[in-house]
Design a protein around this ligand. Structure first.
Ligand SMILES: O=C(O)C(=O)COP(=O)(O)O
Length: 438
């Protein structure tokens, strides 16, 4: 290895030959959508803004989320919208999304979007399934230690000039049992870090998952609640998880155990948690997410948990690190740009996954049709009878539930045929959305 700080010629030449391959693919652009407008809300990372800008789209950024009425106004005009967990894309909002092609959730959760309705309208939804997992897991570790040492109350009192030194009910976390509900991307990260700090990790998940390290799964939520010194929740919001932890579950927890929720606010019944903290049944709680959260910074926040003993409340900051936001920004903006420009639906949350290779730069006669249609018999036959008279060089299709996704590359000598193909496909009664990329 060179100590001069300069790169060796070998590395340089590899880099330049790698770069020299990049322009070999053609940059497709949507034909029938006009210039692409993107609305980015909730302070989405500058990395995302740069990627979207370099795709040549017009961007409007707003640092906060918008109310339903504001969204209804704004969404009419845009082809893509980027949101985080606070912006609610309800049916009422999406009904006004006349041009919307794609929604980028620059976060893990997608419960803030009416996914069924988006799918019905042919709008693809992308998220970032794991890029903020480490940040959330690190916050939970900090909270486990903080709760064990009553840091929240200690800091508050000392900052108010009250000296109150005590060891009673303060513990090391080494050897304590951490029960993780939901052993997905965040649960597994947490499991590994907690074990490295000497905790004993058990977990419960509805899916069979490979235990990491020496952690072990338990066969029911109740067993987990009964054994754990700390319970940390890492589940999405679904009809099954709403109010999953309420009085009956909290009463199963050991006296003095602590509850941590950095998943979704609706998973825990807040009044039941406040009662358990005030009665002394639970020894503490750390809560980062709430059933109702203010939609912008500086707004008043209220909760029955304010003032409960040994309770740490934070403003939904689990994924709010520069590292996570930058990774998410790159991942989701690339997915959005690839969907708009190439039609690639890989990793979409609500669509069947289809992909076709980028076209070579020398190929200036091939266009790409991207079509979303109702998943009923006979549609592929109809599409192929429209495009079958041209030179279809590639096609792929897949279906999921009520919708199917179709992509085809068609090489044309007569560019006027583009319009005919488009009109014929959108004329099918099963057509949901069709785009031509050229
Ligand atoms: O990733 C998630 O789903 C989160 O809850 C974090 O959301 P945020 O990006 O902070 O609005």
């Amino acid at each position: 290895m060179s100590t001069s700080g300069q790169q060796t010629p070998t590395i340089k030449s590899r880099r330049s030959s790698f770069n020299s391959r990049e322009p070999l693919t053609r940059r497709l652009q949507p034909v029938n959508t006009g210039s692409i407008k993107v609305l980015l809300l909730e302070g989405i990372s500058q990395k995302a803004v740069s990627i979207i800008e370099s795709a040549g789209y017009q961007i409007e950024t707003i640092a906060r989320s918008l109310s339903e009425q504001e969204l209804i106004e704004k969404i009419k005009d845009v082809h893509a919208i980027g949101i985080r967990s606070k912006t609610k894309l309800t049916k009422a909002v999406l009904e006004h999304a006349e041009k919307l092609i794609v929604i980028g959730c620059f976060c893990i959760g997608t419960n803030q979007v009416d996914l069924d309705f988006a799918t019905e309208k042919g709008i693809a939804v992308f998220n970032s399934p794991f890029s903020n997992s480490r940040s959330v897991a690190e916050l939970v570790i900090a909270e486990i230690i903080a709760l064990s040492r009553k840091l929240g109350d200690n800091i508050k009192e000392t900052s108010q000039g009250i000296w109150n030194k005590a060891a009673k009910n303060c513990h090391e976390i080494r050897g304590k049992v951490l029960g993780i509900i939901g052993y997905g991307h965040i649960g597994t990260q947490l499991s590994v870090i907690a074990e490295s700090l000497g905790m004993r990790v058990i977990w419960y998940d509805v899916l069979p998952v490979m235990p990491l390290g020496t952690s072990r799964s338990v066969d029911s939520l109740n067993s987990l609640l009964e054994i754990s010194d700390f319970v940390s929740i890492h589940v999405p919001e679904t009809p099954d998880t709403i109010n999953m932890i309420k009085e009956a579950q909290i009463s199963r927890m050991k006296k003095g155990a602590m509850l941590i929720n950095a998943s979704r606010g609706t998973v825990v019944d807040i009044p039941a948690l406040a009662n358990a903290l005030n009665s002394g049944h639970l020894g503490g709680a750390a809560v980062d997410v709430f059933p109702v959260e203010p939609f912008k910074n500086g707004k008043f926040f209220e909760s029955e948990l304010i003032g409960c003993p040994n309770t740490i409340l934070t403003p939904h900051i689990g994924g709010s690190t520069e590292e996570a936001q930058s990774m998410i920004g790159v991942e989701v903006s690339n997915a959005v740009v690839n969907f708009i420009n190439l039609g690639t639906s890989s990793n979409a949350v609500n669509f069947p996954e289809c992909d076709l290779k980028a076209l070579p730069i020398t190929d200036i006669k091939t266009l790409r049709i991207v079509n979303i249609h109702q998943n009923v018999p006979g549609v592929l036959l109809q599409i192929n009878s429209i495009i079958g008279k041209y030179n279809v060089t590639k096609q792929v299709s897949d279906s999921r539930g009520d919708v199917a996704y179709f992509m085809a590359d068609i090489t044309l000598d007569d560019s006027e045929a583009i319009d005919r193909i488009y009109k014929d496909i959108i004329g099918m009664s099963e057509n949901i959305m069709t785009r031509v990329l050229f």
